[in-house]
Design a protein around this ligand. Structure first.
Ligand SMILES: Nc1ncnc2c1ncn2[C@@H]1O[C@H](COP(=O)(O)OP(=O)(O)OP(=O)(O)O)[C@@H](O)[C@H]1O
Ligand SMILES: [Mg+2]
Length: 285
């Protein structure tokens, strides 16, 4: 894979929101390793940690940011002020903590986020958004605003059922792009294929929609070791099965045709008004 292979001709980066029904199925692990795999291949990549209040993209990469998206949403900082550099020039907008009570962003918050993302997007090939688990208004709005949605599930029945519920909510809008499924923590291709076929059949039968497969990531002890070392497994153990799988996923994502729009469109989403906790405006002065 070479830089700008997917050539975002329409001006926006390829924007992919990563979500799940059940928590803990590996969204953040997937976002971090997909981003690092793309960045290793010299693509220009940014990660938005939109798991407001509980974000840990920075923790997985051993970074210690001072500012976070809460500062941007509150109008204290611009998006550019909070970006931290990860491996291979990856840019990360941390979610920070203390935003737990932010259940739904107000239109003015979306507007601030969009303005920053539009500027950032001019200089990007890929924009990856890590979301919280479940189907909150923020997650639904973010996924709808992104060009593509990647739903992560583990092979466990509970996670599969919750993935279906998430896909159902995400595909309520007729214009919603076809979601893609990634089975994380699979014990080989057969198990992953079974999970995909079960979900695809249910989505076709009951939601009358197709479902794309983005393959699977192996259940791999190297991933757990990389988490403990606060590194991406594609960097710390490039030959591990999971690392090979993340490179396959990166190639799949790089082959996508960009939606053709100017990145995210967040303004005007039917967001329920939310309130932001106070942040120190002086931190960006
Ligand atoms: N492919 C894998 N193989 C082995 N372990 C994995 C794999 N993917 C994730 N894990 C383990 O699962 C843990 C949870 O993953 P992660 O934090 O990425 O989940 P999440 O979906 O982002 O969780 P949350 O819903 O809380 O945001 C990781 O700390 C890691 O130890
Ligand atoms: Mg997470």
């Amino acid at each position: 894979m070479t830089r700008r292979e997917h050539s975002p001709k329409a001006g926006g980066p390829l924007t992919l929101a990563v979500t799940s029904g059940k928590g803990g199925v590996g969204k953040t692990t997937v976002v971090v390793n997909l981003a690092v795999a793309l960045a290793r291949a010299r693509s220009r990549v940014a990660v938005i940690d939109a798991d407001f209040g509980l974000g840990n993209v920075d923790v997985l990469l051993g970074l210690q940011p001072v500012r976070h998206l809460g500062h941007v949403l509150a109008g204290a900082c611009e998006l550019e002020d909070i970006l931290v550099r990860g491996p291979h020039d990856l840019r990360i907008a941390p979610a920070g903590s203390g935003l737990g009570e932010l259940t739904a962003l107000a239109p003015r918050h979306w507007a601030r986020l969009q303005a920053g993302l539009e500027r950032l997007g001019r200089d990007l090939d890929f924009l990856l958004i890590d979301t919280g688990a479940g189907i909150s208004a923020n997650v639904v709005n973010l996924v709808h605003a992104a060009g593509r949605a990647l739903v992560v599930t583990s092979p466990e029945p509970t996670a599969i059922v919750d993935a279906y519920a998430t896909i159902k909510v995400l595909t309520v809008r007729a214009a919603a792009p076809t979601p893609a499924l990634l089975v994380n923590g699979a014990h080989g291709p057969d198990e992953a294929d079974l999970v995909f076929r079960q979900l695809e059949a249910a989505v076709r039968r009951f939601l009358h929609r197709p479902l794309d497969s983005f393959g699977f990531i192996d259940d791999d002890a190297a991933v757990r070791e990389a988490v403990l070392a606060q590194r991406a497994v594609v960097d710390s153990a490039p030959d591990a099965p999971a690392s090979r799988a993340f490179r396959r996923l990166a190639n799949r994502v790089a082959s996508l045709v960009p939606p053709g729009g100017p990145g995210l469109r967040l303004v005007g989403r039917p967001a329920v008004a939310g309130s932001l906790p106070r942040v120190e405006a002086s931190q960006c002065a």
